[in-house]
Design a protein around this ligand. Structure first.
Ligand code: SF4
Ligand code: SF4
Ligand code: SF4
Length: 195
């Protein structure tokens, strides 16, 4: 692989990362792909920095702390300053740009404003909109939805609900609901979860 090809690969990864809207998910995607491809491991700030950055970003996708944000900033600054080549320096710059969005600190508070971090979001069924057709339960591979198909001759049937502890946030149910009754919300804003 020529140096030019390697540089293009970093650019391609950056372009793909920018398709996500959440800066934490952009950075996590970029660093994961960088580690899998262009990162050659020849210098410490980039090699060790990238591995630690991925761990810190995974933390921020769920139960991250201010310490994770501070550590990421330190890692990225070290990469910019001491990496041997442009790929490591660029990675550090990208991470610093994504941190500058301010959204990393919101994740520490338990909010993903773009609703892209799976551990910080929930799928919920709006009872008023649900026509009890059962489509969502049919497509859920994780048996996370319970409820009974509505029948005109029968009253008192079980309403459709998502069991949050089983839900993997795969998003398949929202695609098939004919009434738009399933919504994506911030987990922090939601009421206590059904078991
Ligand atoms: S900065 Fe360049 S030389 Fe150093 S590990 Fe990263 S890709 Fe390799
Ligand atoms: S998001 Fe996926 S796992 Fe969760 S209820 Fe919907 S289909 Fe099931
Ligand atoms: S697919 Fe939508 S309308 Fe049908 S049962 Fe599920 S939430 Fe209700």
């Amino acid at each position: 692989m020529t140096e030019q090809t390697k540089e293009m690969k970093v650019d391609d990864i950056k372009t793909a990362a920018e398709e996500k809207t959440c800066p934490v998910q952009k950075a996590l995607y970029f660093v994961t792909e960088f580690l899998a491809g262009p990162m050659c491991g020849r210098c410490f700030p980039c090699a060790m920095g990238s591995y630690e950055a991925r761990i810190r970003l995974e933390n921020l996708s769920g139960e991250g702390t201010k310490g994770d944000v501070l550590a990421l900033r330190r890692i990225a600054e070290d990469m910019v300053e001491a990496s041997f080549c442009k790929k490591g320096k660029d990675t550090g710059k990208f991470i610093l740009d994504w941190i500058a969005s301010g959204v990393f600190n919101e994740h520490v508070e338990g909010n993903c404003p773009d609703l892209q971090c799976a551990k910080l979001i929930e799928y919920r069924i709006t009872p008023k909109k649900c026509i009890m057709c059962g489509e969502c339960k049919r497509v859920c591979k994780f048996i996370a939805i319970h409820g009974e198909i509505g029948k005109s001759y029968k009253g008192g049937y079980l309403p459709y609900e998502i069991r949050q502890r089983r839900c993997t946030r795969c998003g398949e149910c929202i695609k098939v609901c004919p009434e738009g009754a399933i919504v994506l919300t911030a987990a922090k804003a939601a009421e206590p979860v059904p078991a």
